[in-house]
Design a protein. Sequence first.
Length: 371
Amino acid sequence: MRKLCPNLDKEDGLDTVLEVPIPEEMFTSMGSNVVLRLANLCSFMKDQSHVEKNSRSSHPSSGSNNEFMALLKLVGSPLIPLQVDCDSALSRPIKDCSIEGSTAKYIVQQYGAATGGLAALKSVNSMYAVGEVKMVGSEMRQGDDSVHVQSKVNSEVGGFVLWQKNPDLWYLELVVSGLKVSAGSDGKVVWNQSGSQPCRANKGPPRPLRRFFQGLGPRSTANLFLDAMCTGEKNINKEECFILKLKTPTEILQSQSTPQTEIVHHTIWGYFSQRTGLLIQFEDTKLVKMRSRNDDVSGRRRWRRYVDGINIAHGGKTSALLYRYGHAYNQKRRIGETWKIDEVDFNICGLSMDCFLPPADLKREDGGGDQ
């Protein structure tokens, strides 16, 4: 990935470090020659809003930059509905627990052991990751026919930087095809910002970013599923898996609803390998009454590597299915994301609270930024 931008104003000047490293493929698409690409890269750094207004609108199956930005937020920076407590041990008493609940707790313990063990997971107090993404989408389709992403459709590439100190203290910057999404949590409020648009706070208490549960945060994942129920078994990509289901309580859904949106349900599933104990697929379904929308998002991890004794996913795929129904609507589209981690490290020195402060123009309003 490209991490530096040369100083075009001063030949002997120092290179500028990019806030968000970008893939070489994205850099190549910025112009027909190296000089033009470097000039466009410098413009991108100096004036993000100008780049967005003038960036090409041929995003996968979206009619405008605003529409693609909404899809980018849906796939790239969604939140899970529940808070996660990482101070607790990866075990809970099974007394007075149902067979489904006790089975889930046993599966979570096996997952903790498979990802490095409790001692290794508890040794992590912060993390940093740099990765690249490739997004492709289908057209909006009518009716009940299945929707597939066309392999021949041009994909959009980009990169992201992710910082985390605990599940409620994190910051994400994601850049795809000249469009930028920022999101974060300072432990009190979760916010998101899209390019030149004002920063908005999310309704409800602070929550973790969904991307952490796609293999980057094993300890958070284990604590999340401690209260789940084992509902059966399923074969995922020729891997026999246990299914763990976690429903969001009604009172939490109500606290996250706004005057413009009502969250009807938000359910999470984890598919854990019977052979390795690892999480093979993370899936969540969210039904929102907001001009009729239903999101169904699933993610699969393909490639893993040990970092400081902890098994971390370094690549995978995310698939989102967006429904619109009610009145005259009966539409759906699918968006796919392929992601890869280029760098990851733990226990970052100097990572203070100042790194997670929200922008100064944060708007705290009931209707802001539902995810």
